[in-house]
Ligand binder design. Structure first.
Ligand code: DC
Length: 233
């Protein structure tokens, strides 16, 4: 069976993780949420007291500790995944707003990106992987057989993230979530190291007005198209 690499990039809360995860489980590929990896490093730095409330990072301390940070994913029986930081389940902690508020700063640090990109490339060696993030189609796997760039309006994305957080019991306001989404877009697009941008050969998907089922079908169609093209060469 032909196995490929599927790179799904896009804005925060664009729904790319949901579609990536669902496709991976349908076609029995491994799914990697690279945003969770940047969040886990952020959480680690916060726990050590290396991020001040003003957002200043003790880069020397974090850089020296990068080799000790091991991030992995535990697959659950229902198909969902839990992020493990040095063996501890930090899935709930890394989704909280205090981590969201600092993650773009951490993700802009070149030494963090180099370490995580290397780990991601190692995970894709055997192919058969769906990876989502910001730079998968541009930097991590520039030769991925299928690249998707997902977008939706900031309001649509903030509404989705707000609903998700309220369901998990966070006391947040929609305005704070929208501000966080817009702030992160700005940092993600303007950072010097691997800024968020669509790869020239990525397919664009604006899912502002699509249901989850419609997105699933669209993505599956793209996957089938690429596989049949490769198999009929
Ligand atoms: O997808 P997310 O919101 O969980 O991502 C968290 C942060 O990590 C986001 O601000 C952008 C950053 N990120 C990145 O820079 N590169 C990636 N491949 C994935 C995420």
């Amino acid at each position: 069976m032909t196995k490929i690499i599927i790179a799904i990039d896009g804005y925060s809360s664009s729904g790319k993780s949901t579609m990536a995860r669902r496709l991976a489980s349908k076609i029995q590929y491994r799914y990697i949420d690279t945003g969770a990896m940047y969040r886990a490093v952020t959480y680690f730095a916060m726990q050590q007291g290396w991020i001040s409330s003003a957002g200043e990072v003790d880069e020397a301390a974090l850089s020296a500790s990068m080799p000790e940070i091991v991030i992995d994913f535990a697959l659950q029986t229902d198909g969902s995944q839990r992020t493990l930081l040095n063996g501890t389940d930090v899935e709930n902690e890394i989704r909280r707003i205090n981590v969201s508020n600092h993650v773009s700063t951490i993700a802009a640090l070149p030494f963090v990106r180099h370490a995580l990109v290397a780990a991601q490339q190692a995970m894709g060696k055997q192919k058969g992987i769906v990876m989502d993030g910001r730079d998968i189609g541009t930097t991590v796997f520039p030769h991925a057989e299928l690249k998707i760039f997902v977008t939706a309006s900031p309001q649509t994305r903030a509404q989705r993230r707000f609903k998700e957080m309220v369901e998990k019991g966070s006391a947040v306001s929609y305005e704070d979530v929208l501000a966080n989404v817009m702030h992160r877009d700005h940092i993600d697009e303007t950072r010097a190291e691997s800024p968020l941008r669509r790869a020239d050969d990525a397919l664009l998907l604006d899912n502002s007005n699509m249901t989850v089922a419609e997105q699933d079908q669209w993505l599956l169609d793209q996957y089938n198209r690429v596989i049949s093209k490769l198999e009929n060469k």
